[in-house]
Write a protein that binds this ligand. Sequence first.
Ligand code: SPV
Ligand code: MG
Length: 578
Amino acid sequence: MTLLNNILPEARRGKLRALLDKGETVRVLEAHNGLSGIIVNNARVEGRSDELSIHREFDAIWESSLTDSASKGHPDIEVISFDSRLQSINEILAVTHKPIIVDGDTGGDSNNFEYMVTKLERAGISAVIVEDKVFPKRNSLEPGVQQTLEEPEIFGQKIQRGKSVQISTEFMIIARLESLIAGKSIDDALDRAQIYIQSGADGIMIHSKEKSPSQIMEFAERYQEMTLKMGCDIPMVCVPTTYNTITENELRAAGFRIIIYANHLLRSANKAMEEVARTILLNQRSFEVDPICSPVREIFKTVGFLDVKEKDKFDINNKNIPVIIPAAGEDPVLKTELNGKPKSMLKIAGKTILDWQINTLNNNNLTDITVVTGYASKEMKAEGITLRENKNYKKGSELNSLIDAQEKMKSGFIMLYSDILLEEQILAKLITCKEDIVLVVDNTMQYHGPEISRVQDLITSKNKHQLTRRKISFVCENIISKIGSKLNPETATHEFIGLGKFTKTGAEQFLQTYEDCAKNYQGKFQEAKDISKLKFTDLIQEMIDRGYAVHFLEIHKGWLEIHSKEDIKLANHFLPNS
Ligand code: SPV
Ligand code: MG
């Protein structure tokens, strides 16, 4: 259900009359449930056709008895109860804002019809079309069906009774002439039209199942002469299902004011569904039907699920902190393995690094993921993420890519390097940390010593690390005093794993420090040879130097980084093949 089309009954009901009063010809399309209602409501074509600029929409929705019954698997013989019809009508009302014309069938007897009018008017329906057949009617389109017409005086009284119970001046009761369907003459139809107008009908619908529009056109001409003589202007309605080569302009010229396409969304859906069912049976899989199916995401968009996803991000209970993965750089070491692709696209145990990361993040309910691309950005592919391109990735470092996504930082964020794989519990722990800036660091080096074979981002804990067996503390002492790749491994206490969390305040402090450095400094800065090459760890060190508290979350193993062929081998060994 989309909330975007929400409208109150009072605001919708009068829209049909207003259009007619403005002299517009009202174009109407059938809907039989909420989804088809949204489609009618939102459909539009814009652009140029035959040198003319066009903007077209449907003006109103037809709630058809044929398609409502058919979508419930029933014939159109008034066997679907009014309550069930009302259920479908309510579904459509809930997701649309355009005026709705309800197909009231025969309306039952006059008492039944009074209840129908009351309920429809209260719900915000603009008009009901009621046909002059005897209950229970048969659909009008099938040849060889016996059609029994009501006595015109009795039907006229039904219209009067309906008009007598409506409260607003906006609601319309349109009388539908079935003379031509029942094989009677145009004269019969005109005589009936006169009686129905005198009974208070707000509109007259003439129905025909001929392939040619000639009957309808003759009726229209004579109807206009008749109403002119009667001194009234009662709009004429048509349903060009069988005589469908005639254009809207021609019908308009003939005096029709409401044109109803009465069943086309259900018929098209039926055809597509049959084809899809047969094609799956033939191929014993669904791949072949994809081109004739809407993508699931399109349905999500139509029914408002994507709006819900957006709103969830700002929900007070939401722990869905935006995640930024700077992944723009070109990897100099794994060139052969990558074959022109970004490192995130490297496959480990059957899945790309990025897909592993998305999986881990999603399993922690982190779904707002932005990946900043640069090198071979067109090759970066994954579902359920937002991609941003940092065109200047060659000039800066991963910090520039991170800053590129700064609009995602406003309410706090998580930063994850693009080449690390980690166990889910590490993120789960990080999410619960309350401090403004928390970096995840590994303490393995305290047991095995530093690795000299590779460049590591190291940290030194502010409080001297004690290698005692047991320790307890009620104040958070995990504060970083030094961070960088050039720290003395002998005095460093931990390795930074490339994962950190910033609250709203932490993000503000981070961005302010960055802006100040970028604006006011030049040349060598922290470990960077030039301020333009400032790395994430350099900026963090600068923040520490300026007095901001940068905390760490200590872990022991549970993560891997992919920097070399050996790392790939190790990761393939540890991760389950997917
Ligand atoms: C409907 O759509 O249910 C109609 C129009 O009443 S018709 O099916 O042509 O009778
Ligand atoms: Mg009908």
